[in-house]
Design a protein around this ligand. Structure first.
Ligand SMILES: *[C@@H]1O[C@H](CO)[C@@H](O)[C@H](O)[C@H]1NC(C)=O
Ligand SMILES: [Mg+2]
Length: 254
């Protein structure tokens, strides 16, 4: 009996000594991790749904989340998924031979990618740097976004008049943008429309609305689709029959 009591006491002592030194409950770190991941998923959903207006930077706790999203394969998978739906829609449109069936594509982070540039800006955790972006754009080295290049070729092949509409400044970035689109295989579009002096300082919504209105009301085009990575590419007047928002969790253009 006494033997048993000793055994029990030794067992109890060992059990007490083997308890973790820390008084923190052991589930803390993983819960903190889950809540950061969960927060960043909520943040990104709200950004894509345009529920957060005029946000300036990616929250620093979401740097890894946005980096993983943009470079880990999900961004491409999302683009490919969206393209399948755009393609299904294109197949329902009967293109007329009057040459007035039009389609609008945005340029930055729609046709060509600035991901390499934004990697150096902590995927959008650093604030917008207009001079830095201009230097990057002048190099004309933005790679094509493959899914959108395939869409572009399909549109041109089907006989749509494709208009590339960008907020880039015509005077300073016109030639570099033209060259960049060409060197990435965007060949056969109707025209590249850049921001001319007349639209300097105007919001993207107003500027792009006026361009679309000129095409529709001025020149008689029918805009069947409009694709952009910013809501400001898609909002306003003469929005076209369908608008397609591509993901972009790195920056917001008002
Ligand atoms: C849309 O059209 C209306 C009427 O012409 C005009 O007042 C308004 O400013 C336009 N909105 C944009 C964003 O261009
Ligand atoms: Mg864009």
């Amino acid at each position: 009996m006494r033997q048993r009591i000793w055994e029990a006491l030794v067992f109890l002592l060992l059990a007490m000594l083997s308890k973790p030194v820390s008084t923190r409950p052991h589930w803390r770190p993983s819960e903190a991790h889950d809540s950061a991941a969960s927060y960043c998923l909520s943040w990104r959903l709200a950004v894509e749904a345009n529920d957060i207006y005029a946000w300036r930077t990616v929250p620093t706790q979401c740097l890894k989340h946005v980096e993983n999203y943009m470079t880990g394969g999900q961004y491409e998978r999302d683009l490919n998924f969206i393209m399948e739906h755009i393609t299904d829609y294109i197949d329902t449109v009967e293109v007329s031979d009057d040459g007035l069936d039009a389609w609008i594509l945005d340029v930055d982070d729609t046709c060509i990618s600035n991901l390499i540039y934004y990697r150096g800006k902590r995927f959008g955790c650093d604030p917008y740097d207009p001079d830095g972006f201009k230097r990057w754009a002048l190099r004309g080295g933005c790679p094509a976004i493959p899914a959108v290049l395939r869409l572009f070729n399909k549109l041109v092949g089907r006989g749509f008049k494709v208009f590339l509409v960008t907020g880039r400044d015509e005077a300073t970035l016109g030639q570099a943008t033209l060259d960049n689109l060409q060197n990435q295989g965007f060949i056969g579009y109707q025209s590249l429309i850049l921001r001319s002096m007349a639209y300097k300082g105007q919001s993207a919504v107003k500027y792009k609305s006026e361009i679309r209105s000129q095409l529709e009301e001025g020149e008689g085009y029918r805009i069947w689709g409009n694709v952009g990575d910013q809501w400001s590419d898609l909002q306003g007047n003469c929005t076209g029959n369908r608008a397609f928002k591509l993901p972009n969790p790195m920056y917001f253009v008002p």
